[in-house]
Design a protein around this ligand. Structure first.
Ligand code: SF4
Length: 441
């Protein structure tokens, strides 16, 4: 029996974290990973449905497996992730993709070993999608990609229903993990040598709101900060409406919590923000960013921006540019709005033409890049601490890692330092990264 596997992951950190759990379960079942999906005994495609063209990509990939399975007939092909929470997609797989053997959703990844065993015994296609799991499953084995840093999921789901987003329909309502379980997981990671944790949730600022123990995100940050061995604590994503003074204060006063906040603003126009159902306005964003910068002077603030939301006028777009200039984001993920079937925004009138969306995106990028360059310039000739993550992507002889504030640093140093924290002198600050040299500390 071919006991190798390949997991193909699309989408966000939540999916990467789920894939690490699936990988952990497969390893616990005696499977080993393999690079070439065509030769694998088990292939799992972990899908994302945030963008419509992601669906097209997944179906394109699935099509190729019809041929791969002719050469590798024992292969088991499983598909999971957010796309599978949409009945129309599952129907399309059922009707048109007989090469898919197992289908499961976001609420039952813990059931994968049973679903696989069931398929292997019966040879019958297995489809199991749950609408909700009524909670969280703890203590799944996890196969971490890096020994020195790890994702830690603190909650799942989202209660916000932004009008363009499919996540609340595919991941369900917010469910926070008990803090005792999170802290135990991080203590175990620290004992394993992990230095950095990234606390994950669609909206980490509302952690604990669904529980009755009055334990929220600031308490969690402070308690994780006390764990010996952990040197850096990151978190994402922050919804501006829930980033309270208590959270800002916990970041400012906890030395291991990185001064790095990903604050997804999405637009700078109050009118568009209302249509997006984001529940804050332009003035509130500017005031919040100012408050954060006053309290955490060395903070790096990054954001997400959507251009070309239905009905966005040139004036609305200029409001976004104005907010970007006033807030001086360190960097931003900017996206062209793309329709997600099943969301309110997809049915809105005044969809914006592709040409206008692209033209606005280019103008936004020019503005963002100028600001990033200016923000990075502050690091010129400074010494920074860097968690060394590996070899530099562009030059195998150099190293790369991140500062506390999340800046990418490429530098000359000792290859043996991968996985540790070193001091680097910054010789050149660029738009997207910093360049430097490790120094003896
Ligand atoms: S906060 Fe809005 S954009 Fe983020 S996951 Fe929830 S609904 Fe989607």
């Amino acid at each position: 029996m071919n006991k190798t596997y390949k997991i193909m992951t699309f989408g966000c950190q939540m999916n990467e974290n789920d894939s690490e759990k699936l990988s952990g379960m497969l390893k616990a079942m005696g499977y080993t990973p393999i690079e070439d999906e065509r030769k694998a005994g088990v292939v799992i495609m972990n899908t994302c449905s945030v963008r419509e063209n992601a669906d097209v990509r997944v179906f394109g990939n699935l099509g190729a497996f019809k041929h791969y399975k002719e050469d590798n007939p024992g292969m088991v092909l499983a598909v999971c992730g957010c796309m599978m929470q949409q009945p129309a997609i599952v129907k399309q797989i059922k009707d048109q993709n007989p090469q898919v053997d197992i289908v499961f959703g976001t609420h039952n990844i813990h059931r994968f070993p049973e679903l696989l065993a069931n398929y292997l015994v019966s040879g019958k296609r297995t489809i199991e999608i749950l609408d909700d799991d009524n909670g969280l499953v703890e203590d799944l084995p996890v196969d971490r990609r890096y020994p020195f840093k790890s994702y830690v999921s603190i909650m799942k789901g989202c209660n916000n229903f932004c009008s363009y987003c499919i996540v609340p329909y595919t991941r369900g309502r917010e469910v926070s993990r008990p803090h005792t379980k999170i802290l135990k997981e991080i203590e175990n990671l620290a004992e394993d040598g992990c230095l950095e944790v990234m606390l994950l949730g669609q909206n980490v600022n509302s952690y604990g709101n669904d529980r009755t123990d009055q334990y929220h995100f600031p308490e969690l940050l402070r308690d994780v900060n006390q764990i010996d061995g952990i040197k850096r604590i990151r978190f994402m994503t922050s919804h501006p409406k829930d980033l309270s003074d208590e959270v800002i204060d916990a970041i400012a006063t906890s030395d291991k919590v990185c001064p790095s906040i990903h604050l997804a603003i999405q637009s700078g126009s109050s009118r568009i923000l209302k249509l997006m159902n984001r529940r804050y306005n332009k003035e509130q964003i500017i005031e919040l960013v100012q408050r954060i910068r006053n309290r955490i002077p060395d903070v790096a603030i990054t954001t997400d921006i959507i251009v070309g939301f239905p009905g966005e006028t040139e004036e609305d777009f200029q409001e976004t540019i104005d907010v970007v200039q006033k807030c001086r984001f360190d960097s931003a993920f900017s996206f062209i709005y793309s329709k997600r079937s099943g969301t309110p925004a997809a049915a809105m009138e005044s969809q914006i033409s592709e040409a206008v969306k692209h033209e606005r995106l280019n103008r936004l990028l020019d503005c963002l890049h100028d600001i990033s360059k200016g923000q990075n310039a502050g690091y010129q000739d400074q010494d920074v601490t860097v968690l060394v993550e590996g070899k530099s992507k562009h030059n195998e002889k150099r190293l790369s890692g991140r500062t506390m504030s999340g800046k990418l640093v490429n530098f000359d140093g000792d290859m043996e330092s991968i996985g540790s924290i070193v001091t680097v002198h910054i010789k050149q600050a660029k738009t997207f990264s910093l360049d430097g040299e490790a120094i003896e500390s």
